[in-house]
Design a protein around this ligand. Sequence first.
Ligand SMILES: [Zn+2]
Length: 514
Amino acid sequence: VICAAALLSALLVAPLAAAPAGAAGPVHARFESHEKAALVPLLVEAIRFPTVAGDEAARVAQGAWLEEKAAALGLAFREGVPSRPGTVVEIELPGPPGAPVLGLMVHGDVVNAEGAWSFPPFEARVIDGHVQGRGAADDKGPLAQALLVMKALKESGVPLTHTVRLLVGSDEESGSEDVTLYLAERAPPELTLVLDSELPVVIGEMAWNALAVTTDPRPRPRRPLAPAPAIEALSLRAGTTASIVPDRAELLLKMAPDRAGAFEARLRKKQAMPGTTLAFSSDAPGIVAVTVTGRAAHSGVNIDGGRNALVALARLVDGELPPSGIVDLLEVARRCGEDTHGRSLGLVERAPGWKPWNVNPGVVRPSAEDPDKLELVVNIRRPLPWTGARLKAHVEKMVRGWLGPRIQDVALGGYYEGEPLAFDPKAKIVKRLLAATRRATGIDMKPAISGGGTYAKRLPRSIAFGMWFPGKPYPGHDVDEKVAIADLERGAHVLIEALVDLACNEPLKDPFAP
Ligand SMILES: [Zn+2]
């Protein structure tokens, strides 16, 4: 039996075919002689805007930079949501008057860069043939590729039948309102390639769902005269957002000072999760902080690259603490996180071709509705064919079974609305994008199914197309995010093939039908 992954990686290290000739030849040649050299510097500049959720100044500064870059490249710039500048900006290479629009869509925002980075995440560095920094792969690499490929297309003299419009969104990683606001003001392009996932083309995206459990973290009131418990959980914090494997979890405990030593020794004797570390500290007598450090990773596309600090902590303190709201949350996190693919939750069914479920106990934080309450959010990536309603009923039944009568002390919520996105593998656009990838790389790749969701779920007539090459884990959302310069360049040539095919020919009729 030949392992498909091994075969694929063997193919990927095969020498690259020379820049393909054919209709796209002049664009490839122009890119090689002019734009290629600008790719890394442009990406480095983009990474230096720390466009995390809530950093308005960075978003505005990056918007101004995009306007400046568009002008320098001879491309048109326009606000897509004039009432809220920077929400979605349009950068355009105009075709003939009245031409249909081929969209390219990326996002300019990034997930936060907390965790144990080995370098400052927004400094952007070029080392060992890679560009490193938050957003290098997700999604500023594709932003830089798209801008320079549009420039190469413009200068190549290859006649356009379409307008090429790059849409740069701004809250893909957080609120996800940008496309909704955009569609309220503008018609979407006739066809859009979303450059925010894998090559060669993504024909399935799992649903983004979540189980939320909310509880009162305060120690339960005691009967008068009842002795104080020997140990008590005071607070719990873990992770930063549901979509990232938490790399840090901290539990604050109150205990009699003479018990701390034995408690620490007991925990240290337990088998900690491989790849995690355990630390104890004390700021005051009788107060002990137990901290577990793991490894952050994207819960949709690289969950097994992470080491879940919350689950590791929950395993270590299992059976050590008297009943409390915090203990209930730890128990749910521990049981949901027994494995990363939902088997402990009974989530095994999936349609042919779809990847296993992903389950990430991602964050414990004060509830947004009531800051006195504590909320655990478990991100669940759902393949076809289960519905959100079925998942909700199923996981809530599991949690009720785990907690028994304690269920009355917690509130269950979450998000079960998102649905998986699926395309016909024989759709015309799928075949055309496969062919474009093959022409540029010489490699026959199979369409991808992704655990990550993209704008393709929200923007009509769109499909995810690159720019990550399969065969190695996608580093978006991970610490030390980086992209190989060779892959950036190779990806640009794939994009050139797709643009010359789709923007310089007759429009595809019913692109999503076979
Ligand atoms: Zn992304």
